[in-house]
Structure formats: C-alpha cells, structure tokens
Design a protein around this ligand. Structure first.
Ligand code: AMP
Length: 285
C-alpha cells in the first residue's frame, strides 16, 4: 500500500499561484484552499500539504519535515540543501544575471574583477564568479537588490531576472547569465516512498507535458500528405485516417505548443485545410 505523502507548497510569492494551479489541474487541489490555511489535505489523493515560504522548502525537505515540496531551483542551490530534484515544473523560469549600471564600461562577467556586487544569492554568485576566476566583494542583501548601485552600496548586482524589465526600469544592463532556474518538485534523498513518489511525479508530469503540447488535426488530399507530414515537428508518427470524401485524409499529431505560431502558415502552404489545435489535459509519453 502507498504511504501518505507530505508535501510543502509555497504559501506566498511568485510560485504560490502557479503551484496551486498545477495541483488543481492535476486533480489533487487542497480541500480547504483558504488564504490563511497552513495545512490541508488533498482532494482525491493521500497527500498532506504544508504551506510554507518557497525559501524554506529545501530545508524542510532535507530535514525530513516533509517528504517533498515545490520551490525554485535557485533556492535549492542557494541553500546548499541535499535534496533530489524529482521534476522540473515548467513555470517560475528566471535566470540569475550579473548587471551593471547602463553607463558602466563592463560588458562581461569577467569585467567585475575587484567590484562590489550586491546579491540575495551570495552562494551561487560566489561559486559562479570563482568558476570564472573573478575575484570580487559580495555584498549579501535580502531584497530590492536592483537599487543597490543607485544607493552607492555596490557597483554591480547579481539578481534573478525573468523579463528584464526591472533591470531596465532601474537603469541596469545585463552582462551575463550565471544560473538558469525554474520551479521544481524536490524530494528527500534516499527516500523509500518509491510508489507514492512515482504516482506524484507521473500525475504532475502528465499535466506539465500536456501544457507544453497541442493536439493538431487537419485535412489534406492524399497526394500532398508527404508535404504536410514533412512540416510536422512531431517525434512520434502522426495518425492518418481516410475521410468519407475519396482522396482526402485527416492527419492527427501532437505538436509542441511553442511551434504553433510558425507551423500553421507552413501547414496551409503544404496543402492542409480545416486545421484545428486543441489543448491536452494529460499526457504520459
Ligand atoms: P518569492 O520570493 O516567494 O516571490 O519567490 C521567488 C522565487 O520565484 C525565486 O526563488 C525564483 O525561483 C522564482 N522567480 C521567477 N521569476 C523571478 C523573478 N523575476 N524574480 C525573482 N524570483 C523569480
């Protein structure tokens, strides 16, 4: 029998909403999803949820307070916690970048030699600079890293960036990416809950895979079928079915959601018509 799992979820911040949405889409949302609830049981699954700050999740998992949890990969590395990354979740994407004021002459991370660098990720920053042979003074700050140069606290910053708009707003320019992050499901190292974990990663993974793909349907005359299949960016074989109209077939295929934009005009040019794309609810490859 599978054991009951305990799982830590971000109680606030950027990762809260998408993490709750992932559970909801997986059919295992909390039974009492109130703002102030600290613990809840999942609907339809033997999982107890504990709502904590994303920063605290790596320690909670490492110390066995919970079996697994959702947090940012950057936080796992920054906290230097010994946990296992069970699944990349496809949201919360950002990168730790070095940035200087727009007027600064620095153009590469290597140009930060001897600089004072403010960051809320001192451990990752120190490691990344050391790997590049850069010797600099790291100034740990808890938040609002991007205003440090204007305050005269630092010459440069190392901070999380997703769109780059915060950097631009603060007159800063990126000079290099040091670490790529996204939300991850982490579990205890050497856990023996194989079955419960596999169930959880399969169910959450099926939603993540589904989100990244679309189900595509189109019609094409049989004599142009090769042109259409040549355009499809699928790894598997598309399904081809005869239609009631002689000489015309329907093509069904899974395609990456990110390719739809460029794919539709190319399919049309290859002779496809009645093109439909549908969202997928679950996908286990
Ligand atoms: P919080 O501080 O609780 O809002 O969560 C911060 C976490 O969200 C970070 O540790 C990252 O994993 C993730 N994240 C994604 N995009 C960004 C961003 N632009 N700035 C800061 N954190 C981000």
């Amino acid at each position: 029998m599978t054991r009951r799992l305990t799982m830590a979820l971000p109680s606030k911040g950027r990762l809260r909403e998408p993490s709750w949405a992932l559970l909801e889409a997986s059919g295992v949302s909390p039974q009492e999803p109130g703002e102030r609830v600290l613990q809840a049981h999942c609907r339809n699954a033997d999982i107890d949820l504990l709502f904590v700050r994303a920063d605290d999740v790596p320690e909670y998992v490492q110390d066995g307070v919970v079996d697994c949890g959702i947090t940012g990969l950057d936080l796992v590395y920054e906290r230097e916690c010994s946990v296992e990354v069970l699944l990349r979740l496809g949201y919360g994407a950002c990168s730790l970048q070095a940035a200087v004021s727009s007027e600064d002459v620095a153009t590469r991370v290597e140009d930060l030699e001897g600089h004072r660098i403010a960051t809320s990720h001192p451990r990752i920053a120190a490691k990344a600079l050391a790997e590049r042979g850069v010797s600099a003074e790291i100034i740990p700050v808890a938040g609002s890293v991007e205003i440090s140069p204007r305050l005269g606290l630092a010459d440069a910053i190392i901070d999380l960036v997703s769109t780059g708009s915060t950097l631009r707003t603060n007159g800063l320019r990126s000079i290099g990416v040091l670490f790529e992050s996204e939300a991850v499901l982490v579990g205890r190292v050497n856990s023996t809950d194989f079955e419960a974990r596999r169930t959880l990663t399969t169910v959450l993974g099926s939603v993540i895979n589904a989100r990244a793909n679309r189900y595509l349907l189109c019609n094409v005359s049989r004599d142009r079928l090769d042109e259409v299949t040549a355009v499809l960016p699928t790894t598997g074989s598309p399904s081809v079915m005869d239609l009631a109209t002689p000489g015309v077939v329907a093509v069904h295929a899974l395609v990456p959601a990110a390719d739809i934009w460029s794919l539709l005009p190319r399919l049309e040019a290859a002779g496809a018509s009645s093109i439909l794309t549908l969202p997928i609810e679950r996908m286990v490859p």
